[in-house]
Write a protein that binds this ligand. Structure first.
Ligand SMILES: [Zn+2]
Ligand SMILES: [Zn+2]
Length: 107
């Protein structure tokens, strides 16, 4: 008996492109400040000084110093680039503050 190829086919180039487009669109909405903050402050964690490159840049997040997600001054004065570990630390330490002001991350 002949072996049949598996029914699951790999993503075509077009499907892959479509997926990437969707992901980009989702990210660009409301996350433009991240791009700006990364440009302003560089790809480096403000706390531990860890430097990032394109392949692990997703581990670097933007923290709002005053906890207000909507406070996004163009000069970047309310932003701090923190790696996810320092960011977590920052938030667990000021849990009460976040609770009162509203967390700037979606959990
Ligand atoms: Zn860090
Ligand atoms: Zn934060």
């Amino acid at each position: 008996m002949l072996k049949r190829p598996r029914a699951v086919k790999p993503l075509s180039q077009e499907e892959a492109d479509e997926l990437v487009r969707k992901l980009r669109a989702e990210r660009s909405g409301g996350e433009n400040y991240r791009e700006r903050s990364l440009k302003l402050h560089g790809w480096i964690c403000a706390k531990c000084g860890r430097e990032f490159e394109a392949h692990n840049l997703h581990l670097l997040s933007v923290h709002h110093k005053d906890g207000n997600h909507n406070n996004n001054p163009a000069d970047g004065s309310n932003w701090e680039n923190l790696c996810i570990y320092c960011h977590d630390d920052e938030h667990s330490r000021s849990l009460l503050g976040d609770y009162l002001q509203g967390d700037d991350r979606k959990r």
